[in-house]
Design a protein around this ligand. Sequence first.
Ligand code: HEM
Length: 397
Amino acid sequence: MQADATPVHELDPFSDETLTAPEAVQDAIRQTGPVVWLSRYGVWAMAGHGEVHAALNDWQTYSSASGAGLPNLKREKGWRSPSIILEVDPPDHTKTRLVLSRIMSPAALRTIRDAFQAEAEALVGRLIDMRRFDAATEIAQAYPLRVFPDALGLDGDGRENLLPIGDLNFNGFGPQNARFEASLAKAKPLLPWLAAKCGRGHLRAGSFGAQIYEAADRGDLTEDEAGLLMRTFLLAGIDTTVGGLGNAVHCLATHPGEWAKLTEGPALSRSAFEEALRFDSPVQIFFRTATRDTEVGTVLIHKDEKVLLMLGGANRDPARWERPGVFDIERKAAGHVAFGYGIHGCVGQMVARLEGELVLGEMAKRIRTLNLDGEPRRNLNNTLRSFASLPVVIEPK
Ligand code: HEM
């Protein structure tokens, strides 16, 4: 039971309206207090940068072991078994994290850079041939679906399955509403395909996937754990960057002054992508579960209660950012929590940044104008923000 003085909201972070334009709910929660009780779901919510950042940095109090979503995985069975990196605390987390961080090292990134650059050049060549196209499918989906499974060492077969499976995964971090049920019905027939792709199969030598199984050969992981880490990569590494690229292209197409700056200085592509991640964060929320009674301001969060961390809200907090609602590609966006923070901070963030930098950079070098060519349509998902359709028209330089 919550005490009378507890700030309570009936707001719904998972309604179509909120998912279409989340800022009003983020602002309302932030303005009400450092932590607010959401009566519809029986969870706490934080939307201030200071609070979200502090919670992400305190895994001892804010645990991931009951799941990074709304369902409490210790009591409820999810649509999949828990992740052995995202949904565990130390010491279990430490072991799997080490394996993945070694694989995603700066040296590894240098090895994929040339291939990612060549794909970005080919992609922009195709865009220039088309002139009018849907940037949601032709850029945001096409590029990650090409480069990331390649880097993992997978063959080409069935890659498009990763999109509905990813949609299910990110809906699964929210309530089991109609949106979740619909994505489950769509993705369920594809799950045997996913399981097959997580196996040793015929992974290309030297790929990220092959290195996961080499860790198993060394005894750092069991064979089953290697399969689960492959699954984590496939679930975490596609839809997130699809969201990131699509949101970034949308920001640039709707802010002609910023697009002009980028075309004049394509080297700004990295900072443009970073600002887009802050301004329109692909992963809007994750949850934690309190391991003990803890006070935040005047509010007492009880042990085992879920806490919704609004990453997107923290990235728009006026106490942290000057003019947070302004998209400014020259802003120092470092410090945003779009990749999380602390021990679970995104292990693939350098890959995501590489994709953003190369695609936006190549576009800026060769495209003069970028404009909307129709009404964009969001893909509404319980936790991930992306576009179903983003019609644009371009003129080459
Ligand atoms: C723009 C793209 C991306 C965004 C916005 C993003 C966002 C995030 C966030 C917010 C977390 C923190 C989760 C938490 O604290 O509970 C996270 C963790 C993670 N991400 Fe990403 N991610 C992106 C791309 C990627 C890519 C490309 C990969 C794979 C190469 C990846 C793999 C992971 C993994 C494995 C974790 C779990 C890390 C852990 O629990 O220690 N992500 N990501």
